[in-house]
Design a protein around this ligand. Structure first.
Ligand SMILES: Cc1cc2nc3c(=O)[nH]c(=O)nc-3n(C[C@H](O)[C@H](O)[C@H](O)COP(=O)(O)OP(=O)(O)OC[C@H]3O[C@@H](n4cnc5c(N)ncnc54)[C@H](O)[C@@H]3O)c2cc1C
Length: 234
């Protein structure tokens, strides 16, 4: 069975996990994408319930997650087709095996099946925007810090990797953690490879990069308002 709900949201009803998409378990992807759905939705739901964000934030859940499961469904259907025990499918399977001995196709399939290739359409810009933030080991004034530990409380984080104190987000300080840090190694995304080092990164509670600062603060206020609600009154 390969099925997907046409819409992940109708009013107060939201679908996630197998209720939203089911497929043959080839590649062990079902539970992963179900958990990703829940992590994508959870913080949005909390912000809407607390009236931090408008209800329209919930529509980004369908927009971001529906295409991901659609791609997994397509991929598992192809894998099921490759299991057919006839001569032509055996030949196709051999051809696929040859292809997967090559670096680039193997990396592409690994990125797809692990979900590491996911990029939500959050607009143009730096390669990191819309992607999962890598779990870097940063250096801060208080010692080493792993990026993912910042997400344990389910709160967004602004990483300032440039000049200390160079970013001012006072009107969002009640919602967004701000950390001055440095990272001197090359920026690498797992499986996908090198990206240009950013000067600042705004990370959503689900680990997705919402904004990247290259030299200026341009676009930061819009990204903060868009994802984490309007600025607090002074
Ligand atoms: C053979 C097989 C192998 C798999 N292998 C993998 C794998 O290796 N890796 C991977 O990532 N995924 C795998 N999956 C997929 C994975 O198991 C599912 O994607 C995942 O369990 C879905 O989680 P869920 O919470 O969305 O739904 P479910 O696990 O189906 O949970 C739904 C729960 O709701 C309960 N429920 C239903 N109706 C009601 C009701 N009216 N009231 C109260 N409770 C109700 C059900 O009893 C159930 O406990 C496999 C699936 C199968 C079938």
């Amino acid at each position: 069975m390969t099925r997907q709900a046409a819409s992940y949201r109708r009013g107060r009803v939201l679908l996630a996990g197998d209720a939203a998409h089911v497929h043959y378990p080839a590649g062990g992807q079902g539970l992963n994408i179900g958990v990703q759905d829940a992590v994508n939705l959870g913080w949005k739901l909390a912000q809407v319930v607390k009236k931090i964000s408008p209800e329209s934030l919930l529509d980004t859940y369908h927009a971001e997650r529906h295409p991901i499961a659609a791609a997994v469904l397509r991929n598992t259907m192809a894998q099921v087709a490759l299991l057919r025990p006839d001569d032509r499918t055996n030949a196709l399977r051999d051809a696929m095996s040859e292809l997967l001995k090559m670096d680039q196709p193997r990396k592409r399939f690994a990125a797809m099946m692990s979900g590491l290739d996911i990029r939500y359409d959050l607009g143009e810009g730096h390669e990191l925007i819309g992607r999962r933030m890598p779990d870097l080991e940063l250096v801060t004034a208080n010692g080493p810090l792993r990026v993912f530990t910042l997400l344990h409380q389910g709160r967004p984080a602004l990483l300032n990797l440039g000049i200390t104190g160079g970013l001012d987000i006072t009107p969002w300080a009640d919602r967004v953690q701000q950390i001055d840090a440095s990272y001197s190694s090359a920026w690498e995304l797992p499986v996908l490879g090198a990206v240009a080092a950013p000067a600042a990164v705004l990370i959503r509670p689900d680990g997705c990069v919402a904004w990247v600062g290259e030299r200026t603060q341009s676009g930061l206020v819009d990204a903060l308002t868009n994802w984490f609600g309007p600025p607090a009154a002074a």
